[in-house]
Every structure is written in C-alpha cells, then in structure tokens.
Design a protein around this ligand. Sequence first.
Ligand code: FCB
Length: 453
Amino acid sequence: MSFKKEFLWGAAAASYQIEGAWNQDGKGMSVWDHFVQKPGAVYQNHTGNTACNHYFNYKEDIKLMKEMGLQSYRFSISWPRVLPNGIGNVNQKGLDFYNNFTDELLKNDIIPFPTLFHWDYPYELYTKGGWLNRDSSDWFAEYTQVMVDALSDRVDRWFTLNEPQCFVGLGHGNGEHAPGLKLQKRDMTTIIHNVLLSHGKSVKTIRENSKLTPRVGMAPVCPVFIPINDEPKNIKAARDAMFSNKNGENFTAWTTSWFMDPVCLGKYPEDGLLEAEQYLPESYKEDLKIISQPVDFIGNNNYHGNFVQMGRDGEPELTKPEEGEPLTGFNWRVTPGSLYWGPKFLYERYKLPIIITENGLSNKDWVSLDGKVHDPQRIDFTHRYLKEYRRAAEEGIDIEGYFHWSIMDNFEWALGYRERFGLIHVDFSTQKRTIKDSGYWYKTVIQSNGENL
Ligand code: FCB
C-alpha cells in the first residue's frame, strides 16, 4: 500500500518563529522574548519581535496555504499570549486570535493541528523555577484546559509538546536556546521528568474535557540511526543506537527512549536508569501512570540521520561521513533513509501510528529577476525523503501524515533569519510573501496523494 486515502498532507510553523507582535494586545513575555535581548545570544542579534508579522497577516498566510492545497496546518499556541503570567488571568485578545485563526483555517478547509508548547515558555513561570518546579505540570494542565475550553468544539487533533529534547537540551543543558541555562544531570533529570508529567496531565485534560473526540500525541525529535546496509547485524546496530541511553555526558537529554518509553510503555529505559534513577523523585513510579496516558500517534520531527554498523564489540559504531557528501544550508546531512528507518523503528517499538511532524531543509533562497523563487534542492530533498517514507507505508508501517517544515521562512531560533526553511519565501523588510517553486511542486504531491513521487 502507498499513502492511505486519509493520509494528511500539511506544513508546520511555531508561534515565536512567525507571529511577531511580541508585546501587543496584552501578551505576556516568554523566555524567548527575554533571551533575544541578550547581546550575542542570537545570530546578528536578530529577534522574533516582528518575525513574519503573522499575528496581523494570518488571513493572507492562510490564503497562501489554501493556494498550495494544504490539507492541514500544524501551528503552535503562544502560552504567554493566552495566559500572560502562565497561569491565572486569561488574555481574551490572545484567545480571540487563536479562535479567529482556527475559524479562518476551517473556512479554507484546512484542518487545524495545534501544538500546545513549542518553546515560548512564559517568563513569569520561569521566574518561579520553570520546568524545575514540580508545579510546572499543573501549570501546563491549567493552560491546556484554557485551550481545550476555547477550541475543542472545532479542534480534535492536538500535540502537547514539541521536541522536549531540544528545549531541555539546548535551553537548559548547553545554553544555546532560551532560557540559556547550563544545568547538571540532577536538574536535567528533574526537568525531563516534570516535562513528561506535564505531557501526561495535558493529555488527560484534553481527553476529559474536549467537546469533539480528540486524538492526541507528542512531537519529539527522535535522532535516527540508519544501517549502512540491510545486513541484519547492522539493522540491529541501528535499532540499538536509536533507543540507547549510553550517551555519556549528554546522557538522557537527547535520546528517544528516555522520553518515549515513559509515554508509550509506562517505564524509563533500564540503561538510562542505571545512572539517572538516583536523580528521579521518589514518586517517579507513581508519576509514570500519569505520564503514560494513552496517546493516539507518535509525532516525529525528522531531518537527518547517522549511519551505523555493528562494531566488533557488539556495540553500534558510527561510520565516518563521506568526503564532500551533500549538506543543506544548515550543514545538516541529506539522508532520505531517515524517513524510512525512523518511522519503522518507532512503529516496531511503540506500535502506534506515526506522523512526521517536521521535515525539510534550509536553503539559500532568494527572489530571482523573474520574481520567482527557484529552489530545486528543496524539491529534490523532499522528493527523496518522501519516497523513503512511502517505502515505510508499502511495508505496512502505519503512517498517518506528513508536515513539511516550514510553511514559510521564519525566525530560526539561535540562527535568526539566516536559515530559510519555508515553502513560502518571506522578505523580512517588506513582509512580501512568494510561494517558492517547491510550494507549487508540493501542491502536486498533495493533489496526487504522493502517487507522483
Ligand atoms: C526543529 C524545531 C523547529 C525548527 C526546525 C528547523 O528542531 O522544532 O522549530 O527550528 O527544527
């Protein structure tokens, strides 16, 4: 079987990366609003203060989504726009924005697929200890409740968290992202546990209070390992590497299983517990019951993978990249196989449908003299990756959707506006949008449900 009939084709973006209007209409401050003010924190001191001005331009943007034939749009909600202090007072104007936005999507036959948290954490809660504070999971549940009350009569698909590995690892481990902390293992373990507990309480809140019957999941990044060939020992090496927690200094923060085993299997993986159990709260086994609320699918942000073979010692061994291999604008490797092996390994272990919640590349795009944006690399990249994703479907792996990152060029976190990931080009000085060649190409993929790949 190829892509199933109900397969969902979409694109994604996140609130801080596109909305702008950082201090308008009663919005509270997020840790990113704060972080970007620190000289040197972001490439050329760019900020998301205006970004794509999407808060004001959203109708035009939805029109372009419609023109590209998108079936669904994965967006995120800015928590401090809705709850300026993170908890307590609701900012009605912020809520109105997401209400109107949802209506506009539906009017254009685009299914809204919100992510509750994509990194713009309320600054006020950060001053109360943020994710280190055990109450953080109740704060997240309170925020979830506000959004479910507001949208669940029209929204029936939700992601709780985007890439917890990144906002924990980059935000609290090496300080490259907001809030810019460099914490030790004990604190990192506490944070991850609170983040997982937040996910669990959020799922419970969504299920118990939604007006429409909801489908819920998380959107983690799951670093993919690709066997160098199809020999069973190398496939085993790749699978072992994908779910291993033996990552030395980084230990739990970057793994797939430390996050997804608790969510999907109700336990922390043994190889991680060897070191990290001492840092977990006494109640952790009780907490796992909340963390492992049933989910309906696994989101997977998937950009590239590492090649692996079985080493002589029976441990997976990374192979050296080929000299001069293709790289994206970000210098990320071009590894189409990650869209086959990632979903395959995740599906085998967790037995849940897979949705690719992000995939794409940054590219050096500009508007040509003919007024168009020619980006053959993005077309070729996406074509190669989608063929591998289709191979997964053909082999019986249950895949439900694909969201290209990103709908439009935007604020790429610590790299500001240097990296262009969009299917739509944005001129940040004029806010003019131009659908790139890849956007028109993607439209044909959607129209044929991937048959033209
Ligand atoms: C992911 C993030 C997303 C974007 C892409 C390029 O890690 O979830 O916001 O920055 O990478």
